[in-house]
Design a protein around this ligand. Structure first.
Ligand code: UDP
Ligand code: MG
Length: 308
């Protein structure tokens, strides 16, 4: 019988843990002939009763294990810790808020048996999500798919069923700045999707706000595209050529029409504009340098305080 590891990153989800477990037990029962389940809760430095709730389910069910971080390291760290710890022949990553429908697991398993290496869940809509978040997400996917050679499909979640081989491939990427959506796509393999209608969180609230999403998107760009660097180079080249042309025109004007250019307002505006462009391009470079800095420090992605 195959072992399926279910990784559940949790941050302040005390209300959700028992509800999640209850739902999962049903799926586990329906698959008991084919799969043996192992649950791996990753408590990402929650400040509420999440760890206590996890301890309770751990005591209740022998196949529930957990890791607890020393502080909040983010969902990416939770995913990595879970993947490193998972022993399963098959592995899946699920949110604890039941926005990743457990009912999809049997269908996903069927597709794995048909020979796919990865079966990812894909939301076919963004119903119930704030309009502004949908709009920004769509813009992000549109942009990143133009700027990066790694394709990142809109609506695809971290919720996916993977074979051991795929998990080992993910773990072979040793980067500290982890952007899983990109990593999942970058490794390749035979991937298929199961579509489902967006779900609302059952309890608790989302951990994302405008700024954390913006930071996450920028991380995505910096980790999976070098094009922003090329863009800044091209802005530089184009403005250099344009200014050469302008100088040439001014010299001609002065020589033939004795008409020097007047007006400091225009000069100041142009200086300000180029100052802005330069700072913008330096900012882009700074982002990449900051990533190099954190990569070279080789700090661990997470620290485990408690494990069972
Ligand atoms: N999460 C986490 N660490 C964090 C933020 C979130 O482990 O710093 C977990 C969270 O508990 C949940 C999952 O990641 O199980 C998805 O988070 P959320 O539901 O807030 O994201 P959304 O569904 O709104 O994209
Ligand atoms: Mg959620």
């Amino acid at each position: 019988m195959k072992l399926l590891s279910v990784i559940i990153p949790c941050y302040n989800e005390d209300e959700m843990i028992p509800i999640f477990m209850e739902e999962m037990r049903k799926i586990e029962a329906s698959l008991h002939k084919d799969l043996c389940f192992e649950y791996l809760f990753v408590n990402d430095g929650s400040s509420d009763g999440t760890l206590q709730e996890i301890r309770k389910v751990h005591q209740k069910y022998p196949n529930v294990h957990y890791l607890s971080f020393s502080k909040n390291f983010g969902k990416e760290a939770g995913i990595l810790a879970g993947l490193e710890e998972a022993k399963g022949d098959l592995v899946t990553i699920m949110d604890s808020d039941l926005q990743d429908p457990p009912e999809l697991i049997p269908l996903m398993y069927q597709k794995i048996q048909n020979g796919y290496d990865v079966v990812a869940a894909c939301r076919s809509d963004r119903q119930g999500e704030p309009q502004i978040r949908s709009f920004l997400s769509k813009t992000f996917y549109w942009l990143i798919n133009r700027l990066s050679t790694t394709e990142i499909k809109s609506g695809v979640r971290d919720f996916r069923l993977m074979t051991r081989e795929v998990v080992d491939a993910i773990l072979s990427l040793k980067e500290v700045n982890r952007f899983s959506k990109g990593i999942f796509s970058w490794i390749g393999y035979e991937v298929t999707y199961v579509n489902y209608v967006n779900r609302q969180r059952k309890a608790g609230k989302t951990k994302w706000n405008f700024f954390s999403l913006l930071k996450y998107s920028i991380d995505g760009f910096v980790n999976f595209s070098e094009i922003p660097l090329n863009i800044s180079t091209w802005i530089g080249v184009i403005s250099f050529v344009l200014s050469l042309l302008a100088i040439f025109l001014i010299v001609i004007r002065k020589l033939f029409w004795q008409d020097p250019v007047s007006g400091w307002a225009s000069t100041v505006s142009i200086i300000l504009m180029f100052g802005g462009i330069q700072l913008f391009c330096m900012g882009i470079m700074g982002k990449y340098i900051a990533k190099i800095f954190t990569e070279t420090k080789k700090r661990p992605v997470y620290i485990i305080k408690e494990k069972a």
